[in-house]
Structure formats: structure tokens, C-alpha cells
Ligand binder design. Structure first.
Ligand SMILES: Nc1ncnc2c1ncn2[C@@H]1O[C@H](COP(=O)(O)OP(=O)(O)OP(=O)(O)O)[C@@H](O)[C@H]1O
Length: 264
């Protein structure tokens, strides 16, 4: 369980996260959404301990990471799978070697066990056939899948993803979204995904946290997002062309229903 209380982050006196209090849903896809510059990545980096907050608490099962000693933080990091923008695979390693890397670094498994675990993770993301290829020999979508396999290699409790489908075509983006959602369910992981893509939100978002200029403006499920009574959230949602069309279609249906009822 991750709980955040009164989180504030300032850079040289500039407030970037403004008193955020929230919690993330266990075993679900939690999405942090908002416009560019709203503080999503800074929030994510605070959650994984890469940025020290100015004040506030970030508790993992009751333990505040801002108070953890190096050894406890190291242990927690082993429970965190991370998927950053651009996949960040090692060019000089094959896909299999990339997935084995965290196991080589942090597990006590022998070589045969590490290879077996990496092969299992590659199979889970449907990439067994590319095990011996190098990143330069595979597509962007395959690189993301390899990065997901690597992120789950150590069997993490938490999966953090920053814009996991940026730079992908819509169909591949959807596949990556679905993979994150399936892995979250299959392995009981708590996923935290930063995104500004409304399609992703409606595809896989179980719990949605909307940031605007560093303020947590709204939190709820995707079923509530279209009808949310929050001006900033509405502006964000309906800035997307697709959602403008959905709203227009909804209005027509509602008006038709209303005039039908009046006529009847
Ligand atoms: N290390 C830093 N020093 C100073 N300011 C920073 C630093 N990191 C981020 N910021 C500022 O914090 C604000 C929020 O940045 P952040 O990257 O979290 O936004 P974002 O919502 O993730 O945007 P995007 O969707 O474009 O990635 C921005 O104004 C950014 O310039």
C-alpha cells in the first residue's frame, strides 16, 4: 500500500507539487494524468525515491521513504519495476541479456535460474522469438515489451511507468497498455503509470489521479471521469479530439431522448 501525505516539492522556491495527499490502489493500474508540466514525472520520481520531497510523507506499507536508511531503500527498490520513456535497453546486450541484467545485479540465482526466469518474462510479453536479437534489430513496440520483461524480472510488487506508450503507433500503444494491465492482474502488482493519453486512461486506468499545476485536482475511476464536475479535468479530457466527438455524440443522444420523451 502506498500512501502520500501533504507532499510538497519546490525547485528554487518554485512550487511543483502542491500539498498532495492520496493513496494508490493495490493490485490495480493507477494512472497519474495531466497536461505537460503539471508535475507528473516529478511526482513519480518522488515516489521511487529519485527526488527528495521538500516536505511530506510517502509511505510504503506504513514506512516513510523519506526516513528510510540506504539499506532499507535498497530493499524497497528491489520491489520496484521501472519502465522509463525510451525503453533504456543496453544496445550492446541481446534482448535476453537485457532482461537478465537486473537478475545478474540483484538476485542470488545461478546462471541457469537467471536465464530461465528471463525466458519466462520474455514469453510473458510474447517476445521469446527475439531473445537473441539486439535492440537495434527490433521495433519500438518490441523494445517496450523487452523493457517490460526486464521490469518484471525481479518479480516486483510495484511497477512504475513513465509514458509507456509514447512514440508508438495507436495499435502498438494499445497493445502495450493491455500488457501492463494484464501483468498487473496476473502478478498482483500495483502499477503506477504516468500518461497524458486519454485513450490509455480509458483502456486501463483503474484509479486516476489528475494533476493540474502541481495540485491534485481530481481522483476517481474511469467510469466517473466523463461526468466529473471539475472544470480543469473537463478541459483536459475534452482537449482530446476523440473525446470531443464522444461528448458531441452523447449530447445528440441525450437531446434526442429528451425530445422523444416530450413528444411521447
Ligand atoms: N530538476 C528540476 N529542476 C527545476 N525544475 C524542474 C526540475 N524537474 C522538473 N522541473 C519543473 O517541474 C515542472 C513539472 O515537471 P514534470 O516533468 O513533472 O512535468 P510533467 O507533467 O511530467 O510534464 P510532461 O508531460 O511534459 O513530461 C516543470 O515546470 C519542470 O520544468
Amino acid at each position: 500500500m502506498i500512501q502520500v501525505r501533504n507532499l510538497i516539492k519546490e525547485f528554487e522556491g518554485r512550487l511543483v507539487l502542491d500539498d498532495i495527499t492520496t493513496s494508490f490502489k493495490k493490485g490495480a493500474v493507477n494512472m497519474i494524468i495531466g497536461k505537460s508540466g503539471s508535475g507528473k514525472t516529478v511526482f513519480l520520481k518522488c515516489l521511487i525515491g529519485l527526488i527528495q520531497p521538500s516536505s511530506g510523507e510517502i509511505r510504503y506499507n506504513g514506512r516513510d521513504i523519506t526516513e528510510m536508511r540506504a539499506r532499507e531503500m535498497k530493499r524497497l527498490r528491489r520491489d520496484m519495476g521501472m519502465l522509463f520513456q525510451g525503453s533504456a535497453l543496453f544496445d550492446s546486450k541481446t534482448v535476453l541479456e537485457n532482461v537478465m541484467f537486473p537478475l545478474d545485479m540483484f538476485s542470488r540465482m545461478n546462471l541457469r535460474e537467471r536465464k530461465k526466469r528471463a525466458e519466462f518474462c520474455l514469453e510473458r510479453v510474447n517476445l521469446s522469438h527475439a531473445a537473441d536479437l539486439y535492440p537495434s534489430e527490433i521495433s519500438g513496440g518490441m523494445m517496450k515489451r523487452a523493457a517490460i520483461a526486464r521490469a518484471i524480472a525481479l518479480n516486483p510488487r510495484y511497477l512504475f511507468c513513465d509514458e509507456p506508450n509514447s512514440g508508438l503507433d495507436p495499435k502498438t500503444a494499445q497493445l502495450i497498455d493491455e500488457l501492463i494491465s494484464d501483468i498487473t492482474d496476473d502478478f498482483g502488482i500495483t502499477s503506477i503509470v504516468v500518461s497524458h493519453d486519454m485513450n490509455s486512461v480509458m483502456n486501463i486506468g483503474d484509479n486516476i489521479i489528475f494533476l493540474n499545476e502541481g495540485i491534485l485536482e481530481w481522483q476517481g475511476s474511469k467510469d466517473k471521469i466523463m461526468d466529473a464536475n471539475n472544470e480543469k479535468l473537463n478541459e483536459f479530457v475534452f482537449a482530446s479530439e476523440l473525446f470531443k466527438k464522444i461528448k458531441a455524440a452523447d449530447t445528440i443522444i441525450t437531446e434526442n431522448n429528451a425530445s422523444g420523451q416530450e413528444a411521447g
